[in-house]
Design a protein around this ligand. Structure first.
Ligand code: UDP
Ligand code: MG
Length: 316
């Protein structure tokens, strides 16, 4: 292999003091092996991006940076969430390397497939998606909700790679294109497929979290899903509109029906009908307003064009 290009690993970290040493150790072994195999340049690096952690994460990153030349560190000015932190990392290194692989700090993504990512990059892929082959390590609940989420996204017409999280390779060229997507509500999994280019897939088995606990509790997961849906699809609004039209047509039909009934002398008690419709329609209206509000909120946030991340320090 004549081409030895620069690979950077970008790893968002939020309160990951328990896993960082092990992650750094295993990635160092892996990177050195890939360098020795002549697969990547010896200027390849791993970049830990601290997302305003409350524990010793940043101290550990600083220590690792001092003793290991392969380690770089970026510090976000405060907690911004996984997606923005990942973006901060990607945008900071996009001009420093030829390709980037983004991965979690907890070693859930199998690092042994890194060679395959790089191989596909050399075969001309600008984006390579890591796709999980099995969800053995997930709880039934997570499996079920994740499945439902991907199905829902598909139904909404969002192009999304099934069972792909954020373990992916992007060439620096693809990253330059990603930089043009300025939205504040960033849902990388939905945006990256919009970029196009030649893409590839690497399947891997996802491991158990090495230590510590998930930083994605149910509440964060739901808000993540909601962002994904409303930032990429207007189908919910269409759905509500359709529902509104249907209900209106039904009410006209009912009106005609009851009017005719009145003239034919059928008196209906009607109490139940009225109460049920008031509650039903009231509920629907609130739902519709809620959905519209969600989008208006998004517009409001987008128009401010606030920075998506602020970098406090870059150890390079
Ligand atoms: N993470 C982050 N900021 C947050 C929450 C999570 O940077 O506010 C990082 C976290 O350190 C990890 C990755 O995002 O490297 C994925 O989080 P986690 O492994 O907890 O999620 P799960 O794998 O359970 O979905
Ligand atoms: Mg994880």
């Amino acid at each position: 292999m004549e081409r030895k290009e620069k690979l950077y690993l970008v790893i968002p970290c939020y309160n990951e003091e328990e896993v960082l040493h092990e992650t750094e150790h295993r990635l160092t072994v892996k990177l050195n092996q890939m360098i020795a195999d002549g697969l990547i340049s010896d200027e390849s690096r791993m970049v830990f991006v601290d997302d305003g952690s409350k524990d010793r994460t940043w101290n550990i990153i600083t220590e690792l940076h001092e003793k290991n030349p392969l380690v770089l560190g970026i510090k976000s000015s405060r907690n911004r969430g996984h997606q923005n932190t990942l973006l901060a990392g990607l945008m900071t290194v996009k001009d420093e390397c030829d390709m980037v692989v983004s991965m979690d700090a907890d070693l859930q993504d199998d690092i042994e497939v890194l060679d395959q990512f790089v191989q596909q990059y050399y075969d001309g892929c600008e984006i390579v998606y890591g796709v999980r082959s099995a969800r053995k390590t997930d709880t039934f609940f997570k499996k079920f909700t994740a499945e439902g989420f991907y199905k829902l996204m598909e139904w909404m017409g969002v192009e999304i790679v099934f069972n792909h999280a954020d373990y992916r390779l992007m060439s620096s060229r693809a990253l330059q294109e990603l930089a043009k997507y300025k939205e504040v509500n960033l849902f990388l999994r939905g945006i990256v497929p919009m970029i196009g280019f030649k893409t590839g897939i690497v399947t891997y088995e996802r491991h158990e979290r090495f230590a510590g606990e998930s930083k994605y509790p149910l509440k964060k997961m739901l808000s993540f899903a909601m962002d994904g849906i409303t930032s990429l699809s207007i189908k919910p609004i269409r759905f509500i509109t359709g529902l509104g039209i249907t209900l209106f047509v039904i009410s006209i039909i009912l009106l005609v029906y009851y009017t005719i009934g009145y003239f034919l002398g059928n008196t209906t008690p009607g109490w139940a009908t009225i109460v049920v419709s008031i509650w039903g329609i009231g509920g629907l209206q609130l739902l519709a307003i809620g959905v519209i509000g969600e989008y208006i909120g998004k517009i409001y946030m987008e128009t401010k064009e606030r920075p998506r991340y602020i970098i406090e320090e870059f150890l390079k």
